[in-house]
Structure formats: C-alpha cells, structure tokens
Design a protein around this ligand. Sequence first.
Ligand SMILES: *[C@@H]1O[C@H](CO)[C@@H](O)[C@H](O)[C@H]1NC(C)=O
Length: 227
Amino acid sequence: MRFTLTMKPPSSARSGLPALFLLSCLVSWSSSEDVVKIRPFHFPKFVEEGEEVPIVCGLRERDEDVKFSWFKDCFLLEPQKGVKILSTGEFSVLTITDANGQSSGNYTCKAEVSTGRDDHTAELLVKGPPSWRSKPSDVSANLGDRVKFPCETFGFPIPRITWTNENGDLWEMEPEKETPTRVHVIKDGAFVIETVKEEDGGLYTCKASNGIGVGLQKTIRLNIIGE
Ligand SMILES: *[C@@H]1O[C@H](CO)[C@@H](O)[C@H](O)[C@H]1NC(C)=O
C-alpha cells in the first residue's frame, strides 16, 4: 500500500504560512516504501554550556542523492551564529557551536528524494542555570479566596522549587493528592493557598536552583483585604 500525501513537503512551509509550517511538523513523512531511510541519531545525554555539539544525519538506504533540511521545534533551521550545517547528497552534519540553554529543543532532520522522504527527531538538553518562565508578583486576596503564585522556571537539570514564608516554613512540590492540603506547591512550581486566612498575609519567597549558578529567587507579598 502506497501512502500518498496531498500536502506539500516542508519546502512550502519555508516560503509560507505558519499554520502549514506547524502542520508539517506534526506529520511524519516517512512511509514503508520510501527509498530513503535515516539512521536514527541521538544527542549526547549530558551537554554543558559552551560545548560544541555535532550531530550526523546519515542514511541507512538511498537510491539517489538526498536533499537534507533541519528543523528546531518545527521551525526551519538555517546556518546562523552558533549553528553550522554541512550537507552532501549522502549525509548532513548539524553543529551547535556554542551550546547554551536556548539551544535545548527538538531537532529534526528531514531527508528527501524525488520519490520519498524520511525524518528523525532528537532532543537536545543543555545543562544550564534556571531562568524565569513565570515570575510571581504581589497579590491581594479576600478571606476565603484561592490564591496562586506562579514560580515557573526553565533549566536542565530541572530546577528544584521551594517556597518559604517569613516564619521559616518551607513548602516543596509534592505528589498530587486527591484532597490537597490547604497550602501546597503544584507541578509547575506554583504556590497555592486553597482558602486564604487572615494569618496568611505576609511575605513569601520562591527559590529555584539546579546546582548550576546561584539560582533564582523572588519575594512577594500577600495582602489580605477587608474584615
Ligand atoms: C521535545 O518534544 C517533547 C514532545 O513534544 C516535549 O515534551 C519536550 O519538552 C521537547 N523538548 C524540549 C527541550 O523542548
């Protein structure tokens, strides 16, 4: 059975619409009868900031010269500062010349011949200090409200998040329970008070650390309104 695609290959994405672009990322182009097959590749497990990371997209089978393209998180990757691409008809080498936290992502190699195509994706995680995704800020709440302070960070290894108050109480992420405790830290690092009490007012500090650099921290105030 021949698998036919009516949609255009990523060359259309290059020139065009973002929607098609993303769609082309979700569709895998390989089919069992394709005459080009990528030999699966993987990034090294531990990559430090500043390292050079070459990755080879080679083939297991081919009948003719192959056209290679690379994508990072669905977006076409062109040679640029920090990214070198060297392609022949037989293989393509992508080199991240100066890895940093921003280099982390999913890298896809796409190989096309006139009668078929194949792709392979590998994840690169670069060790780096935590950086903010969502920082907490001061909150005013009424008694009985549910309040949530975000503290979402990015980094590898995955940062450990802790929350403390002025009294030195400490909270950490815990496995999800059917009935959560009144005050708890949820999966993305956010601090949640299910029903605010008068004595909850005050300062709270979120800290994120993963052993690289000094980590992040932010202190915010919870103001209790009324009564
Ligand atoms: C790579 O893709 C997977 C699946 O979509 C996703 O869970 C993961 O976070 C991505 N990796 C990076 C570093 O963005």
